[in-house]
Design a protein around this ligand. Sequence first.
Ligand SMILES: [Zn+2]
Length: 81
Amino acid sequence: MDEKLRRLIDCIFDAHLDAIIDCETCGSQFYCLAEMVAGGADPVQLLPAVEDHLACCPDCREEYEAILAIIRAENQGLTTS
Ligand SMILES: [Zn+2]
């Protein structure tokens, strides 16, 4: 596991995974989740609370998808350089 992924997982373990989360909490976890998904991780295993929220909140889902698309684009840019 590389250092970047490890750091992201550390940041996620600070979150209260068992709690029902609101949009604000979800938003604070977007970036971590998107980074890990872009790296090939399974969001259901890593951040089930956020994944649950995304499944029932179209607003957050839209924002998350946008962030994920940006990160994927950035990653592609990095790997080709
Ligand atoms: Zn939401």
